[in-house]
Design a protein around this ligand. Structure first.
Ligand code: BYC
Length: 474
């Protein structure tokens, strides 16, 4: 499983032995680089960035650091090693040997899953394209570039699967990945969250906490797939994904930390005074949290989904940590509790567990989000500040599924439109919140310096201190 770094496309899949595939990927590569130059991080092509590049998929090789110009980043194809004798872990083919090729009957479903996953990766790079221009510190600048490069690599991962296993259709899908663009009215990205703007660093930290975490759960369920190339690809992607969520968890935590410092220094909880001191008041942080959480909840699809049931039964997309769950892994006769809006009332209802696979994944996600929120709440406790963040009710501001089109308060009460309109400014970022947060966005690029609204990290990257020159501008 060693990575051939000298080849034009670094890989551990013996690309050199498959000339047709190698040629297909090599002919896609210039389109990718040109997309990166046009829609990747703006104005950064000459920067030397202290980046991590994988040189092997083993524990000691995937975190190799050095200065790199981003357009020269070694994007490539890395999959986790095969597990000998692996069998399909769930669904109607459970126990049969995993597939190395796409089964004809599941071709359309697999293609759709891979395209949906792949589409999110370049979308997030596009969404974050301008953030480098207003970075709060060099440390943060380096980290966002790392994330952007890895999202680019995740696109490579999906494009490899499409080109290796879906022939001409796959090549067309690979091209289309670079033609849809985040927020483009004519050719938008596939999923809603990836057409939202990420206009400031608070939104970015929230995005990496909430939306990248959806990525973790979706990739984990694809990592269980009976289609082994997809499973192994996603397994390696998950190692990179952890860093993205680290940025979200610690990013928001550092913002909370700074706000609490200011509140205690000024002995105030008046949001205006906190803002005047250049920090972001806690109620505004809660409103950003509400927004990003609800957008990300939509990414799990409908509560009751025949698509999801079919993917599961076919053995294509499993549950989170499928192999650790103790049941028959077929779910035909199992039930699962779902919160639904029925006849204008929010009710817990029992449903066939197969139809509830999306909802179960969303439940796992909600639990994980709560752990992060608890960590942020501990910061306020440490500062002896009487304020706690809360995840809003799962029906709050939803666009997909049972709650879409209704007005549900953060506490989970069904409201009329008038009631909602009266109170929504307390719950979601207002124009003036956004203007304020954007007004704080000014680039701080001197090593060791940091913007007023966020605390420095407790540790640097790869054992270096915070004031390390993580990015060199040429
Ligand atoms: N927006 O039966 P349902 C990441 C559509 S993030 C728009 O529930 P299904 C990352 C749906 O397509 C992880 N449309 O569908 C993070 C369907 O359309 P049709 C990305 C939506 O298929 C940060 C209809 O509604 N990976 O990696 O069970 C940075 C019926 O819905 C949405 C994946 O998502 C939506 N939110 O569930 C970088 C994994 N939700 O058939 C990267 C692959 C639903 O009526 N995707 N619809 O035309 C999937 O597993 C599934 O497609 C979904 C949807 C879970 C997304």
């Amino acid at each position: 499983m060693t990575i051939d770094l000298n080849s034009r496309i670094p890989n551990n899949v013996n690309l050199a032995d498959n000339r047709r595939l190698q040629r297909a990927l090599e002919s896609w590569q210039p389109s990718f680089i040109s997309w990166w130059k046009d829609l990747g991080p703006e104005g950064t092509h000459d920067f030397d960035v202290y980046l991590r590049t994988a040189i092997s998929v083993e524990a000691e090789g995937w975190a190799n650091f050095g200065y790199v110009k981003m357009p020269e980043y070694r994007w490539g194809i890395f999959v986790a090693p095969p597990v000998e004798g692996r069998t399909i872990p769930f669904g109607e083919h459970k126990g049969q040997p995993v597939w190395q090729d796409v089964p004809g009957e599941y071709r359309a479903s697999l293609r759709r899953l891979i395209v949906t996953q792949g589409d999110t990766e370049p979308a997030s790079v596009e969404q974050q394209r301008q953030l480098g221009l207003t970075c709060p510190s060099l440390y943060d600048l380096r980290n966002i570039f790392q994330v952007n490069c890895e999202e680019g690599r995740h696109l490579w991962a999906m494009v490899y699967l499409l080109q290796a296993h879906f022939g001409r259709d796959g090549r067309e899908e690979a091209e289309a990945m670079l033609q849809r663009h985040s927020g483009d009215p004519d050719k938008p990205r596939i999923l809603g969250a990836f057409n939202e703007e990420t206009p400031d660093w608070l939104s970015y930290f929230m995005f990496t906490f909430f939306t990248d975490r959806d990525g973790k759960y979706q990739l984990s369920s694809l990592a269980e797939s009976g289609f082994d190339p997809l499973a192994r690809t996603c397994q390696f992607m998950l190692t990179e994904e952890a860093h993205h969520m680290f940025i979200g968890t610690t990013g928001v935590m550092r913002v909370v930390n700074r706000t609490c410092e200011v509140m205690n220094d000024l002995k105030t909880d008046d949001p205006e005074k906190v803002r005047a001191a250049g920090a972001i008041d806690l109620p505004t942080l809660q409103r950003y949290l509400n927004f990003h959480y609800s957008v990300s909840l939509d990414l799990f699809g409908q509560e009751i989904s025949t698509n999801a049931a079919n993917y599961y039964t076919a053995g294509l997309k499993g549950r989170f940590q499928e192999s650790k769950i103790e049941d028959d892994h077929q779910l035909k006769n199992d039930i699962y509790n779902i919160t639904l809006l029925e006849d204008g009332k929010i009710k817990e209802m029992e449903y066939n567990a197969l139809l509830a696979v999306n909802e179960r994944l969303r439940d796992d996600y909600v639990e994980d989000c709560q752990l992060g929120v608890n960590r942020w709440n501990r910061v306020m406790k440490k500062f002896k500040i009487d304020f706690q963040f809360e995840l809003p009710h799962r029906g709050f501001r939803r666009v997909i599924g049972t709650f879409s089109g209704s007005h549900i308060s953060p506490e989970g009460k069904k409201l009329t439109k008038e009631q909602w309109d009266k109170r929504v400014d307390n719950w979601l970022p207002t124009d003036s919140d956004r203007e304020f947060v954007i007004s704080l966005q000014k680039a701080v690029v001197e090593p060791g310096k940091i913007a007023s609204w966020v605390a420095p990290p407790s540790r640097g990257i790869d054992g270096h201190p915070f004031d390390y020159e993580y990015v060199r501008f040429n």
